[in-house]
Design a protein around this ligand. Structure first.
Ligand SMILES: *[C@@H]1O[C@H](CO)[C@@H](O)[C@H](O)[C@H]1NC(C)=O
Ligand SMILES: *[C@@H]1O[C@H](CO)[C@@H](O)[C@H](O)[C@H]1NC(C)=O
Length: 370
């Protein structure tokens, strides 16, 4: 009797059983040991530890005034004996390698003597096209060559500076970084550079080079990602987050200049940033900062040779409409592309930017379980 009752109970309860709903995918439970969401402070500690563990021992191999390439060589040699992540060795291999002189390529260092001496170092994915136009317009305007807003697209530093001005141009492709280095603090010249939040820059590079424009052949290594998001390695992932994570774990197999840390560009920014007259950031106030640079150039020119509004006119050509929404949009977008796992990998790699260039971490990291 008791047994048949039990069977009836089991059958009845089975009949009413239904599987529990799956946990929501968009909002994973936090992994933080306290059960709370992570604070930005724990991510900051992670980045600092990563830098101290991965980069600091190798950076200490460079003399304070060693030229950029000498420092890269010293760091690369050290990775042979010391314990370093594999991607640091490939990064330094490609940053110092002659074929990757792309990192030190002429197009990064732009200058104009008109209306007064100014030089900018540009970094891929940090408004390079705008700076190229701005500097070309400055130079053309002084020569009365600019018609309206059009100008030669490129004012390279060695086409602008005469050798007798005392800036050594070695003639090697790698010499341009050193030329901008020689202009810091020089009478009548100002130097400027703009930086971008590293995770945002990486996500923007991935979107541009791997998803939208793989035919440009910058989604490296090409053997794996040559077809962009149609490559087998990326097709396996249906979400953008998954694709970016797969790329974040493998892109250092061969480094492309759109993805090198910003600290290695421009005469070794990580060690020389403080020498620039103006350091801007490509964030919500980018346009105001750029306006400030233009006003500064005109101000210097006016005090030397009478009133000038050439830089402000060039500014209005390059930035004709308000683009303030752009930065905010990019920020929202990147937070949808990066997972806690890819954030860890990327923050390790770009810890050199956050620490040496003193960049704050993006606030969306607070939304990710640490
Ligand atoms: C890219 O696509 C072409 C044509 O479909 C194919 O032959 C090639 O193997 C693919 N390469 C990669 C790296 O996926
Ligand atoms: C944007 O960058 C400027 C210049 O570095 C900085 O002063 C400002 O605080 C930044 N704004 C935000 C919202 O991060």
């Amino acid at each position: 009797m008791a047994i048949s009752m039990a069977i009836v109970t089991i059958v009845l309860s089975l009949g009413s059983w239904s599987p529990p709903p799956p946990p929501p995918l968009s909002n994973p439970p936090p992994l933080h040991p306290t059960g709370r969401r992570s604070s930005l402070a724990s991510w900051e500690a992670f980045v600092r530890r990563a830098y101290d563990r991965i980069y600091r021992p190798f950076r200490s191999r460079c003399h304070a005034d060693a030229p950029a390439l000498e420092c890269l060589e010293a760091m690369y040699a050290a990775t042979e004996e010391a314990d370093a992540p594999w991607w640091l060795r490939t990064m330094l291999r490609d940053a110092r390698h002659a074929h990757a002189a792309i990192l030190h390529g002429a197009w990064h260092s732009l200058a104009s003597r008109r209306p007064t001496g100014s030089a900018v170092c540009t970094i891929e994915k940090v408004g390079t096209t705008n700076f190229r136009r701005f500097m070309a317009l400055l130079q053309a305007d002084g020569a009365r060559g600019a018609r309206g807003c059009s100008a030669r697209p490129f004012a390279s530093i060695h086409s602008v500076l005469a050798p007798e001005e005392g800036v050594a141009y070695t003639g090697r492709r790698r010499g341009h970084d050193e030329m901008i280095g020689a202009l810091h603090g020089r009478e009548g010249w100002s130097t400027f550079v703009f930086l971008r939040e590293p995770l945002e820059r990486f996500a923007s590079g991935f979107e541009d080079k791997c998803r939208r424009n793989p035919a440009e052949r910058h989604c490296s290594p090409l053997e794996i990602f040559g077809n962009g998001s149609r490559s087998r390695a990326l097709r396996s992932h249906t979400s953008l987050r998954g694709q970016l994570a797969a790329y974040a774990d493998t892109f250092p197999l061969s480094w492309n200049l759109h993805f090198f840390p910003q600290a290695l560009f421009c005469d070794d920014l990580g060690r020389n940033l403080h020498r620039y007259s103006f350091v801007g950031r490509m964030n919500e106030t980018f346009l105001q900062q750029m306006r400030h640079v233009a006003a500064h150039i005109d101000h210097c020119a006016s005090s030397q040779a009478g009133a000038s509004d050439a830089a402000m006119r060039a500014y209005r050509c390059v930035f004709p409409v308000k683009q303030d929404g752009h930065a905010t949009h990019a920020k929202r977008h990147v937070s949808r592309m990066i997972s806690a796992f890819s954030a860890r990998r990327l923050l390790e790699i770009f810890s050199i930017d956050y620490v040496e260039l003193e960049l704050p971490l993006p606030s969306f990291l607070e939304e990710l379980p640490f």
